[in-house]
Design a protein around this ligand. Sequence first.
Ligand code: GLN
Length: 446
Amino acid sequence: QAFLDRIATLNPTLNAYITVAAEQALAQAAQADDMLAAGTGGPLTGIPMAHKDIFCTRGVLTTCGSRMLHNFVSPYDATVVERLQSAGVVMLGKTNMDEFAMGSSNETSYYGAVRNPWDTQRVPGGSSGGSAAAVAADLCVMATGTDTGGSIRQPASFCGITGLKPTYGRVSRFGMIAFASSLDQAGPLSKSAEDAALMMNAMAGTDLRDSTSLDHPVEDFTALLQNSLSGLRIGLPKQHFTADLNPAVQQILQDAIKVLEGLGASVSEVDLPHNHLSVPAYYVVAPAEASANLSRFDGVRFGYRCENPLNLEDLYKRSRGEGFGDEVKRRIMVGTYALSAGYYDAYYKKAQKIRRLIKQDFDDAFRDVDVILGPTSPHTAFKLGEKNSDPVTMYLEDIYTIAVNLAGIPGMSLPAGMLNGLPIGMQLVGPAFSEARLLNVAHQFQ
Ligand code: GLN
């Protein structure tokens, strides 16, 4: 009830929630009370949390931030939702997001921009901006997000919280509305690495309903939290620590590195020679996959339908024309173009080859170091509207995060310091299945 009261007070300003499921939350809380009284609860029993509105929730609206799904109530729960529910959480509601998770500022949402709790004239980052703002403003204890190209880590950085993108396939995508299926991955947003580890314990694991979920043993993600960092080898990518990086951000990272060295870590430079190609490769692969995934929204099976269609073609055209926003349409056009006969080899195939080289760079680097450390974002949260006029400016938000998705490896953002009253995150990246190690480093640092 305390969280619901806080949401009622602050959400009109922050716009972090699209839907608040008050009645259901109170019923779940009552059940959790009974379990705890009977001594049968676990560490997440009764913890009030929120889901990004990309996860299907049975009986509760799931919009994906789009007019296209303004009336969509799913008949089933996403696996992530189901697993967290089995762990006893209370779902307060569904958080705002960029439309179909396309964006880095949460300004493409049909439900309006989210405001950053640290400065309401600024964006919370995106696309999981509602989740990050809700955690930062104590409108929930923890929240789910998704990260196709930085959408957990960048909002975590802008809102001063912790966010983890797991190894591709570690968490089931079943019931998570698809954007770019080979990149999409769900993960936790929370106040600490310890909370993220507890969420991962509930969320991770193979799922027969998602053929890309990995049949890999799920360890206890809290198991390594207390380990010493003595002997940890940290790599600093020379492509991230350049003269282009804001000196104040650079300084905050250098201070953080000193703390880690004090805890026993050693630092060396690593080379990611294809890093500069990650934004162009991503903005071919992701729209290509999106254009295919979004073809299901046809105005027939679910979601928005235009008024009085003249015939089937008119129904498709107007339902999609009226249901999707500008950024989504831009991605569909770019993706359709990149996949079309005659252009496929020049764009899509080329991007896939670059993707392979990016993955190879990380494999090479992880022969010498255990984790890679760098900035999550080039700067702190920017002002609402500041980057809206040119899509490429917005795409450049992702320069530090996106290679991690292309390589399928885990990455996280944790608060590194403050700059002019705004939080700034640092990113930790590890080889596949190193989530527990990343959480260990973050926990020791925090
Ligand atoms: N900024 C990226 C994009 O717009 C982030 C997407 C994501 O991770 N969902 O595609």
